[in-house]
Design a binder for this molecule. Sequence first.
Ligand code: HEM
Length: 521
Amino acid sequence: MITVGMDVFSTPFPVVEALGCALGGALVTLICCYQTISLPRGPLSWIVDLYLRWKFLLCGAPMMSEAYTKAKGGAFSVAGPDHDHVFISSKQHLKEIQRAKKDELSFFAATRQMFQPAYTMLGHNWLDERGAEGIGYVKAVGTLLPERMRDIMPNMRVNIKRSFDREFSRVQSASDGSKALPAPALIKKVMCDLNGYAFFGDELAQNEVFMKNVLEYNELVVIAAEVLRITPNFMKNWVGTFFKNQGGIQATVFTMINEVVERRLQEKADREAGLISTPAPSDLVTWIIDTAPKELNWTARRVTYEVIAIWFGSVHALSATTSYALYDLCLYKEYLSPLRDELSSAEFSKFMQTTQGLPLLDSFIKESTRHNPMEAMSGRRQALKDFYYSDGTKVAKGAWTVVPAKAILHDDQYFPDALRFSGFRFVSESAVVPEGVRKALQPEGPSKLTDISPHYHSWGIGGVVCPGRFYASVAMKLVLEHIMVNYEVELVDERAERASIWRSYVLPAERTQVRFTPRCA
Ligand code: HEM
């Protein structure tokens, strides 16, 4: 089941929650009123336009799918409250996005509009042009982190167990030893701890004050950015300042990371001068420092901003995707046995040694991301000036051009029997899977979760591709392995809402509960 809108506003901040609910309520009322009125054409057409723009907030994802079906592969546009979206999906259009000049279409400008860093990252504002300040972070996240993953995977497992044990210890058991918890909140905490370890090592990951603040900061950014996106310009400063000051969270997180960065920069200088010989810690802070553009002489403050920006890109997507995979384990129980068999076979040791393998689990997670994409669009680029595709399709200055990722993932043309969950559709035809479990198979042959392909845009559309996907794949597998090996899982209420829509996001509903029963009990 899917709800529209409100669940996204479930936050640890009562004021923000109240504001969100009031705003959502006002919007719903507005939309409901408009829906019952038959609007005249002409003079009132702006009202229709306004209505459709605001409707996008609550129904963006289904609006896109509907328009995709009508457009039959052609370009189409959907208006949003703060900008228009021009959707494209043909090979030719995709090629043209990749070939667009840096001053025409910008990934960074769209990202800035999404996160509103001027108010959510203590005033930091990155440039429109991707690469203007280097793309060292791509190497840090996409090469150095995966290279070191084998070394840190055993500790990642320890970290995952510790987080689950801590969260379960806070909940009363039922008489059979089971515990029921809202799944997305649980997974968010586990993923936040895990990312904390990969990003900051034990230094900050073991600091409870930091981890509590950084988790709340994540929530704050999402809410603040959404409110700021629909705040009129003349009020932005006032509303932005309110969010900047919320509980001093931004300042606390910034200061704590910045202290680590300052110390690491000093140690790097001492190491290079031969004053110390201890190796630098193996974590993302070290690698962001090492890959920062030398000619720009980044200060500790600038490095800290970079670390925080990457942090945001990572936690939410990872938690949402893993929560959906957990729901799918609850819903499609026939997969549990083959997945557990794989986890108890030599495949798991191979995975721990190489970060590769576990083809059944890999396919199950990929199918979960296909069946329940948390984002209905991908490849956001904002037009910095009017941009024209070769067929004349215009993306006006300020508008975004995007790909209707969810509609494509649910298109039978590309994914046979697309609306049905088929957990092993991405493994090879010859793989040994129990009879009746695999309902569909990809015609193009097997593929991995981390692969980029013409119709699977979960990691981006080419040109810019998520460098965190290798880490994300390992993190999701380790978390699901912990769950499957140690617990039987089921939804407390199978009819409960599992997703809620806000703009193009289709996020796991915050309050959906999963029951975990220890397997040995
Ligand atoms: C399931 C989890 C994740 C999903 C679905 C996801 C998805 C994406 C997408 C769609 C993009 C943008 C590509 C575009 O718009 O064309 C992106 C970019 C990016 N992601 Fe991820 N991501 C995930 C996890 C992570 C993690 C864990 C990290 C870091 C450890 C990360 C770091 C980044 C970075 C740094 C970029 C910008 C790339 C660039 O500028 O070249 N992501 N991601």
